[in-house]
Each structure stands twice: as C-alpha cells, then as structure tokens.
Design a protein around this ligand. Structure first.
Ligand code: C2E
Ligand code: MG
Ligand code: MG
Length: 734
C-alpha cells in the first residue's frame, strides 16, 4: 500500500509542540476523486435535463436533483478524503458538524443550478455565482475540518487558505463558464467536452480539499508524538459512503438518460403525429381536388358518380325511388361571350348557391359537371316530388342577379330521369336525364321534362337529319328560301327582304330553320348552308331586279360560327360577282352575341366585308349582352330590335321605354333601326311615332316564297298601313 506523506514545517516550532506527521490513503483519495468527477458529470446531466424539460415542475425537480448530486458528491468527496487522512493521532468526527457542512455546499450547488438555468449570463453575475459556489465548497471544507476532533492543536496557514479559496472560486467560474459554452455543442464533441469538464471539475474540487488540508498544521500537545500511524478501519466507512454516493449519482444519471430518451420519444411521437395530421390534411385536400369543383365548392362529376353508385345500391335494397335532374343554364354562353369569363364564373357561383338553397340540404346531392351543367340527385316517393323540386329551382333561379353592374334574370332547362322506372344503372339514368334536358332545350328552353322512351328515337332522329341535310346541301335539293319584307317607314315602301331558309324534308315536310340550323352548326354544315343561302338570295334579287325591283335590297342571316371564318369575305364577293348584284343591295345580319365573341378578329372581318360595300345589321338586339362601347367600334349600319321587346307593346310601358331608348341610342350611333315581329297596327303606329326607320313582321307579311313576292311588294307599296282586317287576314292566312 502506498502512502502519501505530507509534512509541513511547524509555524510554532519555538514552542514545545511537535509537528505531527500525517499521510493519506491513496486508494481512498482516488475514490474521492472518482466521486467528485461522477458528481460533476451527474450535475452536467441534470443541467441539461433542466434546460430541456418542458414543464416548470420538471425543471425544478432536475435542478434540485442536480444540486443534490453536486452537494452530496462534493461532500462525500470531502468526507472520503478526510477518512483517507492518517496520522499518529486518534481522530474522531463530530457527526453534527460533518452533516451540517453539507448545508454549505448544498446552498452553493442550488445557486449554481439556478444560474445555469438562465439562457444568458453576464460576466458579473457569473462571477458572483462562482464566488458563492466557491465559498460554498470552501465553507463545507473548513466546517468539515472542524468536525475532526483529536488530541492535537491545529493551525491554518493563511496564504494557503487564501490559495484554496481562489482555486475554489476560480474553478467554479471556469466550470460554470464551460457548462454554458457546452450548450452550443453537439454530437461526439459535446460528450467528450462533458466528460472533460467533469474530470477537470472533479480534480479542481479535490485540489481545493487538499490545498485546504495543506493549510492545516497539526501539533501534538503531549510533546512526544508517536510517529507510528494508527491503523484505522475508516476505509470501510469511506467505501460505504463512496458506494452510496456513486449509487445515488448513477441512479440520477440513469434517470436523466431515461428521461432524455423518453423526451426524445415524446418529440418523435409529436413529430409523427404532426406528420400524420399533415398527411391527413394532404389527403383531404386531394380528396377535395379530386371530388369537388373548385369554383362552386359543389362535388364534381367524379364525386357525384361515387355517391350516385352508393345511393343506387341503397335504393335497390330499400326499394325507394331516386330522381336524377340535369340542369342547364339557358344562354349561359352569351354571358361568357359578352361579359367575360370572370363574370361567367361569378354567375355560376351565384347559381350554384341558389340551387343549393332550393335543395333539401342534407338529403339532396348537388353537383356541377362542368360549364353551366349541374346535376341533382334526390330521394323521392313519387315523381311529382321531383317535379316540384325542379319547379322550385327554376323559380329560385328566376330571381334577378346582379352581375358586372347589371341586373339579369337567368332561366334554366331541366331534364329528369327516375330510378328504377327510367333505368337501372347510373350511366343509363344520366343518359336519359340528358335526353330529357335536350328536349327541354328544344322546347324553347326554360322548361322541364321527364325522360320518356320515345326520346331515344329523338336523338337518332337528329343524327338522321344531319345526314339528310348534308345530302340536301350536296345535291342542292329540298332547301329553299322564303322572304319577309322590311318596310321603310320614311320612304313608305318595302326597302329590303330578309331571306329565311326553309327545308322541304322528304319525310317530315316543311322544316323551319330552328329545326336544322342548330344541327348544321353542331356538325360543321353551317358554313355551307349559309353560303348556299347567300348565293341563292343574290340570284333571286337579280331575278327581282329583272322584274323592275332595282331599289330592293336583301338581308341574309349569318351564323356566329361563320364570323370566325376568314373566307367569308371572299364568299360574299363571289356571290355578288356571280349574281351581278351591287354590294350596297346586300345586308348581312349577325346576332349581337356573335359580335361579342372575339371582338378584335370579328371586327377585322366585318371591316373587310364593309369595305366590299355590303351593309351590316345587328340582329335580335336586346337579347344578348353587348356593350355600347363595342357597338361603337363596329362598322354597323342597322340595328334590329328583337321581337321580344315589340310583342308586349303597347301593354308594357317598360318595353315602350326600352324600345324608345334603343331607337335614340341607335340614332346617336348613326345606326338605322328595324323593329322585328310587328304584328298589330298599334305597334306599327307607335313605332313610326317613335322614329323607328323600318318595320318587319306578320302585320305586313309572313315570310313568303319567291314566287309570291312580286304581288306582295306591289300590294305593300300601295297600302303600307294595313287595316286591322288586313292584319287579321295576314295572320290567319299564312
Ligand atoms: P331572325 O333572323 O330573327 O328572323 C326572324 C324570324 O322571326 C323568322 O323566323 C320570322 O319568320 C320570324 N318573324 C318575323 N316576323 C314575325 C312576327 O311578326 N311574329 C313572329 N312570331 N315571328 C316573326 P324563322 O324564319 O323561323 O327564322 C328563325 C331564325 O332562324 C332567324 O331569326 C335566324 O336567326 C335563323 N335563320 C333563318 N334563316 C337563316 C339562314 O339562312 N342562316 C342562318 N344562319 N340562320 C337563319
Ligand atoms: Mg335575321
Ligand atoms: Mg331577328
């Protein structure tokens, strides 16, 4: 066994006292150092835990545990070191003072933990904390020393005591500073630093103790001190204290490590939960995008199909009825064409809300299939329920809507099919509701229809008509023109004839343009059809010229689809050339919505046509949404007020005012005005009174075949203001 011999010169050598030699048990000294290092390590762990704990109570617990580890560790180190002290004196320890010395270091340790809990620390604060902790260590040491009782005199070397105090405070300052710096390190370096700080701090604490011991000079009072060291069994007590302290420290470190792991797990759990909720949100968004229409927030076709399939299965098992309602906004395209797509979108949103408000909120499914097409699914007991729901929707939609500074009334066409009467599968029911809708549109819109089996034949009938129209155009057979006079109120004579196409169908007889113009437009036949009408009208006018009608002009209708074809100007020129008609005797009628479609390209084409000398007329004025600014930019000559404004004159004072305003506005824009659909003498008189330039309508004549024109023209020019008998005759005659 090694001995550490410490002999100090007696400061009182001139007296009789003899300096007592002492030594330390090296193994116990090492144990004490180990305990001090372990206590430092445990404290560093607790500091970290206290910093990372999320709850205030947990922070306090870790701070107290850290302070306890440090205090008990330092105290145990001190006590073991004292027990390592061996001399010829018999030494006893005062238990009260020994335990009491723990109080010093505990206070210091608590303060250190408190200080380390702060995020930032100024240098003076750090210095103060180091001073208090250093004094705590020294206080504990010197009070612990005073617990040592023996038959000797003890003196302290002041310089050495001061040195021990400086070391205690200096080491505390360094340890506190390093612990704060350690916060910003990570990984392996962090661990290495932690162990390095622990070892250095442990060594410093031990050094403070031994410098303190160095300051102690023990003298024998008997004058003949035995130089033989008394064999003690203090090492057993020392080992017991070391083991107990190390156990306390080890369990505290284990608790800290377990807590760290648990916290990491908790964080992982929180992260996983956050990720899961993010995933959930993303899935919901995908679901929303996949099944909902972003504009109206209604479900889309895909979402509808899914619900439809579920409802069908449910109905099939329960034995209930299900109505599928297809809904299409009448003339929606006009809004988009004239007011722009933003206004169109705004209108769709309003309409979607109106439909939703008319539906039964929980049971009914309202979907937007795209464009202006909506579909509604309702559980019913009787077909009448579907009908009243459809009527309710139609009524709601009729409420005026404010859009782009205008108030407008929209109407809707509805087609209904019912499960199980009209089909067993969703595809079949949707197809049948669509056919019913088609019929509603065909009946002049703003109406509702249930599916009936003969509608399927209607669809195939349209296919057949398309084929036959193609044939009629290619063979130039069956198509012919009727002419309706347009009477000039100023010159009191028929000034123009409007050419209106008719088709003598091989099986269906005489067909009005409404029956086949749409089909021609939908199937790419309209250009050919309009060109045929144009050439024929020019030829007929040439023939009328031969009969003496040199002043007469002809007005030809032009489909909106034709206005985007650059060839149109060439075709007009060619028709004029072939018939030898002067360009000013030809007028092209285009609807206002056709003009509004693509204003820049349309206006370029119209200018080209105007440059030929041909007149341009805006047809069905008032039914579209054209703006005056646009009208001003177009090279127009005539404006035809739509029949719908004339038909209620003179009963509707509002219509009278509108017509008057249109006439004034048109004249301001240097446009001549034609009133369409004049059927009564009252209308005739009022319109001529308001300054209308031309009159067209059944009052003067229905559209008549070419052969009847000569007589009709002569008759009208002779008697422009027919009597009511004449009007009645005309109306009933054709
Ligand atoms: P539109 O150009 O506005 O022609 C006037 C329509 O009103 C004609 O119907 C005419 O018969 C009808 N009408 C005239 N006066 C009266 C009246 O006093 N009372 C009533 N109730 N109706 C009157 P129609 O011939 O059936 O033509 C319908 C529409 O078909 C035309 O309306 C025009 O847009 C289109 N259309 C006619 N022929 C052609 C053509 O050759 N090409 C193109 N693209 N469209 C044509
Ligand atoms: Mg017309
Ligand atoms: Mg018209």
């Amino acid at each position: 066994m090694d001995w550490l011999d410490w002999q100090f010169l007696n400061a009182h050598a001139e007296h009789t006292q003899q300096l007592i030699s002492s030594s330390h048990n090296l193994y116990l000294v090492f144990t004490a150092w180990l305990v001090a290092c372990a206590a430092s390590l445990a404290t560093l762990h607790m500091v970290e835990r206290a910093a990372n704990a999320e709850k205030t109570a947990a922070k306090t617990v870790w701070r107290w545990l850290g302070a306890s580890c440090l205090a008990v560790g330092v105290w145990a180190m001190h006590f073991i070191s004292m027990l390592a002290f061996e001399s010829s004196l018999e030494v006893h320890y005062d238990l009260g003072i020994t335990i009491g010395s723990l109080g010093f270091i505990w206070m210091g340790a608590l303060l250190a933990m408190q200080v380390l809990n702060r995020l930032t620390l100024s240098r003076p604060h750090l210095l103060l904390a180091a001073l208090i902790f250093g004094l705590g260590i020294s206080g504990m040491h010197y009070s612990g020393m005073s617990a040592m009782h023996s038959n000797s005199l003890r003196h302290y070397n002041t310089t050495t005591v001061v040195l021990s105090l400086i070391l205690a405070v200096g080491a505390s300052y360094w340890a506190l500073q390093m612990t704060i710096s350690m916060r910003s390190t990570q990984g392996l370096f962090h661990h290495v630093l932690k162990y390095a700080i622990s070892i250095t701090a442990g060594s410093a604490i031990l050094s403070v103790h031994f410098i303190g011991m160095w300051a102690l000079h023990t003298f024998s009072t008997s004058g003949d001190p035995s130089q033989t060291h008394i064999q003690t069994n203090h090492w057993q007590l020392a080992l017991m204290i070391a083991v107990m302290t190390l156990l306390l420290i080890a369990s505290s470190i284990s608790a800290a490590l377990v807590d760290k792991k648990l916290q990491q797990k908790e964080h992982d759990l929180v992260r996983v939960n956050a990720l899961l909720s993010q995933l959930d949100a993303a899935r919901m968004l995908l679901q929303q995008v996949a099944h909902y229409d972003p504009l109206t927030n209604l479900i889309n076709r895909r979402g509808f199909n899914q619900i439809f399939a579920e409802k069908l299965t449910d109905c099939a098992t329960r034995g209930g009825k299900l109505a599928v309602m297809f809904l299409d906004i009448d003339h929606f395209k006009r809004i988009n064409d004239s007011l722009g797509h933003d206004a169109g979108d705004e209108l769709l949103k309003t309409i979607a809300n109106q439909i939703k408000s008319a539906a039964r909120s929980y049971e009914d499914v309202v979907a937007r299939f795209g464009g202006d097409e909506f579909c509604i699914l309702i559980n019913i007991h009787e077909r009448d329920e579907a009908q009243s729901m459809a009527k309710r929707i139609m009524q709601t939609l009729k409420e005026p809507i404010e859009l782009a500074g205008r108030r407008m009334v929209m109407t809707t066409s509805i087609g209904i099919s019912v499960f199980p009467d009209d089909g067993a599968t969703s595809t079949e029911l949707l197809k049948h509701a669509d056919l019913a809708l088609y019929q509603s549109k065909g009946n002049g819109r703003n109406s509702l229809n249930f599916f009936s089996p003969n509608l399927t034949t209607r669809a195939s009938l349209e296919l057949q008509i398309e084929e036959e129209l193609r044939h009629a155009l290619n063979e130039d057979s069956g198509l012919f023109l009727h002419y309706q006079p347009i009477f000039d109120l100023t010159q009191r004579r028929v000034a123009k004839l409007e050419a209106l196409v008719r088709w003598d169908h091989p099986t269906h007889g005489l067909l009005a343009p409404d029956r086949f113009i749409g089909i021609a437009e939908a199937n790419g036949l309209i250009a050919q059809l309009d060109n045929w009408v144009l050439r024929k009208a020019c030829q007929d006018l040439a023939a009328l010229t031969q009969l003496g009608w040199q002043q007469l002009a002809v007005a030809v209708n032009c489909s909106a689809l034709n206005l985007v074809r650059v060839e149109l100007a060439d075709e007009i020129e060619s028709a004029l050339h072939a018939s030898g008609i002067a360009p000013h005797r030809l007028e092209l009628e285009v609807t206002e919505n056709a003009l509004m479609g693509n204003i820049s390209s349309t206006s370029a084409l119209l200018r080209q046509i105007r440059a030929l000398g041909v007149s341009l007329s805006i047809d069905d004025f008032g039914t579209g949404y054209s703006s005056l600014a646009y009208l001003k930019r177009l090279p127009l000559n005539t404006l035809k007020i739509d029949r719908s404004f004339i038909q209620d004159i003179p009963t509707s004072s509002q219509d009278i005012e509108i017509v008057q305003a249109i006439i004034v506005m048109a004249h301001t824009l240097h446009l001549q005005v034609v009133s369409e659909g004049v059927e009564t003498t009252q209308q005739f008189e009022l319109l001529s009174h308001y300054g209308c330039d031309f009159i067209q309508g059944y009052l003067l004549s229905r559209p008549v075949p070419f052969e009847a024109l000569h007589t009709l023209l002569e008759q009208l020019n002779k008697n422009p203001r027919p009597t009511s008998d004449y009007a009645t005759l005309q109306l009933s005659g054709q």
